[in-house]
Write a protein of this length. Sequence first.
Length: 103
Amino acid sequence: MNINNTKGISAKQIQQYEKNESLMMGKMTQDNRSAISIPQEKVELSDAVKEIQQIKNTVDNIPDVRDDKVTALKNQIDNNTYNVNAEEVAEKMVAEFFLDILG
């Protein structure tokens, strides 16, 4: 027991308090003691949270760079077989422009 402010409290009063406290604890049954103990806390995650965690783990395991695509494009560039379809690029640029205006 810690007593920080002992002004006006005599040693006899402290001893009496401790005696009373120990008597009270002695009179308590085991059931009463367990009833005043600190309860255990339990956390359960919902199925949605578990599913989100699985998705996050899957996404975390996907590499940032797709080496197979990079290698294929490098080979096409090195062999002068990589061709850009200018019409497809222009269509995508125009579509993005309109999406920016409308969105």
